[in-house]
Ligand binder design. Sequence first.
Ligand code: DAH
Length: 344
Amino acid sequence: MLKQLEELKLKALQELTDINHIKQLEPWRIQYMGKKSTLTTMLRRLASLPLEERKTAGARANQVKADLEDSRRQKEQALRKAQLASHAKEEIIDITLPGWPVPTGRLHPITQTFNEICDIFADMGFQIVEGPDVEWDYYNFEALNIPEEHPARDTMSTCWVETNRGEKPRLLRTHTTSVSARTIERIAPPIRVMAPGKVYRYEASDATHIPMFHQIDGQVVDKGITMADLKGTLYEFARRFFGEERRVRFRCDYFPFVEPGVEMAIGCLVCNGQGCRLCGHSGWIEILGAGMTHPRVFQLGGIDPEVYSGFAFGIGIERLPMLRYGIDDIRLFYGNDLRFLRQF
Ligand code: DAH
């Protein structure tokens, strides 16, 4: 039996040496150490041997079993190590390969323009205020010194909201100046606010008109505010938005809620003042309307025009990126064509 054990051990170890894959280890263990293996059978047979023989053969058989298990464990470790090493070699990462592109979202060009303008005015101490898109006739017109029969109403084609008889008339606000009217009623001076938002006009779409577009209105109210404050503030805006060298011009204009009213223009971005199609051969492009707040507007808002004065301005948003990037059709902003939007 001892001899048989020696042979068995030799054969098993020989076969173990030849194994070169971890998957072969388990069949080997079953063959040499499993329940039906020769070794297990021999161990079971020990009981029938005479005592002396049983002692030596038993010790030897257990020793062989322990040796086989040891060798198996060592082999397993060696194979695992080799496997790791070969994986590391095969799966080497080439960090010079370009990665997969990760698509990122971006802000709409109109949102970007809003952010840029609000940042400029925020640096000058303006705070953002908001008002509703569905507005009372009162804040859109009445409180801004545009009573019912005023011809200025006709210049803003209004989308009216259907109301029941006896209800106060409502509309989709035609300008963000409605928020300024709300602000002077709500906040006590000093006031320095800007109101960005959507505005609506009852108009057909073409390359320069759409029924919904965006504006920012600004409003400053304090003791001793003059036209110089208006010009200084808007010059600063023009310099920061269009560049230091851009020329700026103020001319008289009429808006019912300011007196005097002005329009601000900048030197044409295409021809630099020489005259071209974009600027109608004038060399200038109108950017915004502004003026000193009308005393009547202050009175309606509960502010004493003998004590306070202020200025206001309104900027159309879509025009600005159109001028800057040479976009010739306003409808492109709302066509949701990603080929267009991805350029910003
Ligand atoms: N609300 C005017 C418009 O939509 C623009 C405007 C002009 C706003 C003068 C103002 C202002 O605040 O002072 O055409």
